[in-house]
Design a protein around this ligand. Sequence first.
Ligand code: GRF
Length: 238
Amino acid sequence: MSVDAAAHSKNVRLGILLSGRGSNFLAIAESIRTGKLPGVEIAIVISNVAEAPGIAAAAELGLPNAVLVSKGRKRAEHDADVAALLDAHGVDLVCLAGYMRLLSPEFVAAFPHRILNIHPSLLPAFPGLDAQQQAFAYAVKVTGCTVHFVDDELDHGAIILQRSIPVLDDDDARSLAARILAEEHIAYTEAIARVVSGEYEVRGRWYVKAGTKGPNHPSEQTALAPPLRDPGREQGSE
Ligand code: GRF
């Protein structure tokens, strides 16, 4: 942990990365404000797009915020700047909230099981862009959203939780996307609460309650994420 981080509070500190509207960020902020995420705070909101409405909303809420424009920059160099800013703000958990930029392997490795993403489909169905439209065009009967850890592959890491909704006969792509978004706003808070609780562990692709029996296939190695609450910080040491 950096010296700067040690100076910050013992709350679990979120770093939000966004590129656009920011409704998921605002849902998280509202959950914190209304006490649904005790012991969690937003340390900084970072946008890679100067005009993102989400970053203006962060400023209006009085939250620390920054724009680090990514356009025209090498991915690894831009990511290194983002990582340095997150570190300077003592960020424990990175939440991608409509961050429209692939992360470099170096960035992902710097935050092992510490980067969350939300995707508007039931993964592994419909990864990538326009997932809601993809689901609608495929004419699925059920869709939803997924919060997952980020790994080196697109929309791929271990799933933290999913919320599903039926596709209604009178849905169009727009109404479906709106109902998925409403689920996203619930799902992200639930997922953060789950990760922060320290009660879950990663076993291969599974993210399950610690102490539960399965899955225990030999190929599934338990990868315990380091605790989010740093004892050193709680004692106020560096
Ligand atoms: C959401 O649909 C999210 O699932 C996807 O990008 C969109 C961001 O929306 N990753 P918002 O900026 O949070 O409103």
